[in-house]
Design a protein around this ligand. Structure first.
Ligand code: NAD
Length: 362
């Protein structure tokens, strides 16, 4: 197969980690006789500097014409003084809205090798493997009316969902659970909120289409605690927008570093893939950024936009093997001298070497 990938590497460490991810994807795809056709465009601060806008029209056009979009990161101190709607981050929000993805997938995982990076006890998190499916276009962030009335000293937002918005994201959660451990935990606040009662009733209805997947409901407040005390109990966690924002960041603690986590936004015209971290201006240009979140994002591209599951698993396995062998970037080693600390490009190279010997065995 041929995958037409638009790469918008962006600012700060974006280009550094993206380079490593693309070369890992290229290696694994070419081994299987597949072609990765990459087009590169500007987004974020670099686009403001050269094109005067954080999302140039040709970038958006190329995104809509591609099979998938891979984003590094946007933002930086240089552009912080700009008004919010012209800043680098506005370009990313516009891109997300134009691509229309409504299901944001964020894995959180831990293994013996990663457990040392987490402040949580290894025996609690070892083996945790959760996939958050967060609704991205509805709820409190988009609902109207919304206002801050400075005259009266009141402000309000609206948590609104339609049945159809819940059905489409729930179906994605159940479909993904079918390929995993066949359990969906739907999170809401149905003891207090009507919108959560609709959420719970609709998810229960959708579950009937997937009789081989177990469904449980949890209230968001107790779920925040359960994720930290028994993360191994969860497979796919389905949430509305705000609850998912909070719970998926909380669960990043399980994996231990922002630099490890990939994400995918699917369901719209074109899927958008990005490591969850930002442009990390404090470490940009130093060749010390962790590229593993971006490399694991590459695995999600292969899984969700190219149908190359074996290749996606090969990348994920290679990353774990590199960690098992004691290699770390500085954010993961945190001064622990027992690790072999690698820079960004060296870590990318180590993953490619591991993949090459892994693929030679298949
Ligand atoms: P950040 O994720 O860039 O950095 C937070 C901390 O984590 C920093 O100490 C950074 O050095 C570290 N870190 C992040 N990624 C890392 C990696 N791969 N390897 C090693 N360490 C890593 O978040 P921030 O500092 O709040 O934001 C910096 C800029 O990025 C801001 O302009 C912000 O708006 C932007 N941002 C962009 C995105 C995006 O593009 N999706 C997401 C979040 C923040």
């Amino acid at each position: 197969m041929k995958l037409n990938l638009l790469v918008v590497a962006g600012d700060g460490i974006g280009p550094e980690v993206t380079n490593e991810a693309i070369s890992v994807m290229r290696l694994v795809m070419s081994h299987g006789g597949h072609e990765l056709a990459v087009t590169e465009k500007r987004i974020g601060g670099i686009a403001i500097d050269t094109d005067g806008t954080p999302l140039p029209a040709d970038t958006l056009q190329a995104a809509l014409a591609s099979d998938a979009v891979f984003l590094g990161a946007v933002g930086g101190i240089k552009w912080n003084a700009l008004p919010p709607n012209t800043r680098p981050e506005a370009g990313l929000l516009q891109l997300r809205a134009s691509l229309g993805g409504f299901a944001n997938l964020r894995p959180a995982f831990a293994s013996k090798e990663l457990a040392v990076n987490s402040p949580l006890k290894p025996d609690i998190i070892d083996g945790a493997d959760i996939l958050f499916v967060r609704e991205l276009l509805g709820g409190l962030y988009f609902g109207a009316p919304r206002e801050w009335n400075k005259d009266t000293g009141e402000a309000w937002n609206t948590m609104r969902y339609t049945r159809d918005e819940i059905v489409r994201v729930a179906r994605i959660a159940f479909q993904l659970a079918q390929k995993r451990r066949k359990k969906v935990t739907s999170v809401d606040k149905a003891n207090v909120l009507e919108v959560s009662q609709l959420w719970r009733a609709t998810v229960t209805e959708v579950a009937k289409e997937f009789p081989n997947v177990a469904l449980e409901h949890q209230l968001v407040d107790s779920m925040a605690m359960l994720l930290m005390t028994s993360p191994r109990n969860y497979d796919v966690v389905l949430t509305e927008n705000l609850f998912g924002d909070i719970l998926s960041d909380e669960s990043a603690v399980i994996t231990g570093s922002l630099g490890m986590l990939p994400s995918a936004t699917i369901g719209g015209k074109v899927n958008l893939y990005e490591p969850i971290h930002g442009s990390a201006p404090d470490i940009a240009g130093k060749n010390i950024a962790n590229p593993l979140g971006a490399i694991l994002t590459g695995a999600l591209v292969l899984r969700h936009s190219a149908g190359l599951e074996a290749e996606a698993v090969a990348i994920e396995t290679a990353v774990l093997k590199v960690l098992e062998a004691g290699f770390r970037t500085a954010d993961l080693a945190r001064g622990n001298t027992s690790f072999n600390v690698l820079g960004t490009t060296q870590m990318g190279q180590k993953v490619r070497e591991t993949l090459t010997s892994q693929l030679a065995l298949t």
